[in-house]
Design a protein around this ligand. Structure first.
Ligand code: ZN
Length: 242
């Protein structure tokens, strides 16, 4: 029901939705008020998260999903100043990270789907080398045909000792990548989203990152279905170091 209402409102009153988003979310969160769960990004306590059809648990107050809340729990204000570049930043997470006193925080989004400081093409990032200590690249590489080029660009703009946090959708089976699948309809059918160009396995993505020079560690997280912060039950996060 939430999905249907949201898509209807987006079509009918897009500007109203944008200008009144905070009030609407506040109202929605009131409906879900309770103490059983908590969003760690906006700190709202809830009777339940909104369960989306794809399995995501959505925070009604800030719109975060489980993987974003997990990412926030991984990132911390460690006391060391970091130059940070965040690709396609979800709004609620961006607001929290901007407030970290040790982050020199910049954002980028090529398609203009997210509000951002830059609109970098990830396969040709328009900045000189070694500009960042931390890069967040979540749910981006599965959209990029020249993904190895994108990885080499991430490596180039990362400083020595820096880290990139990377995640994409993963399949447990084989890499699914076929460039003859190139229409929106067929990509939706094969990859589950009209603008995806492959489904990685975790191993294949690790191998590709290693070919451009990264040291890669795979962090595997497992949770109870009913966990307090609504994290995904099983999740892999790739930590790529230079
Ligand atoms: Zn929230």
């Amino acid at each position: 029901m939430y999905e249907v209402l949201k898509s209807l409102a987006k079509k009918l009153f897009p500007s109203l939705l944008k200008s009144q988003e905070d009030s609407l979310r506040r109202l929605l969160a009131w409906k879900y008020r309770g103490k059983r769960y908590q969003c760690n990004i906006c700190n709202t306590t809830l009777s339940t998260f909104i369960n989306r059809e794809n399995g995501d648990k959505l925070c009604p107050r800030c719109g975060s999903v489980g993987r974003t809340r997990r990412l926030f729990s991984i990132l911390s204000d460690s006391g060391t100043t970091k130059r940070v570049l965040h690709f396609s930043p979800p709004k609620a997470l961006k607001n929290r990270l901007q407030a970290f006193s040790t982050y020199l925080y910049k954002t980028t989004d090529y398609e203009g789907e997210f509000e951002a400081d830059y609109h970098y093409d990830i396969t040709a990032i328009d900045c000189s080398e070694r500009q960042f200590d931390l890069i967040i690249c979540y749910h981006v590489l599965e959209h990029i045909v020249k993904d190895i080029k994108a990885m080499s660009e991430l490596y180039r703009v990362l400083d020595v000792g820096g880290i990139v946090y990377i995640q994409t959708p993963f399949t447990e089976g084989e890499l699914y990548e076929d460039y003859t699948i190139n229409s929106k309809e067929s990509r939706l059918l094969h990859y589950g989203q009209a603008d995806h160009v492959r489904i990685y396995t975790s191993d294949v993505l690790v191998d590709r990152l290693r070919t451009v020079g990264f040291d890669v560690e795979v962090k595997i997280y497992q949770e109870d279905l009913d966990n307090y912060h609504g994290y995904k039950v099983q999740e892999n996060v790739l930590v790529a170091k230079k």
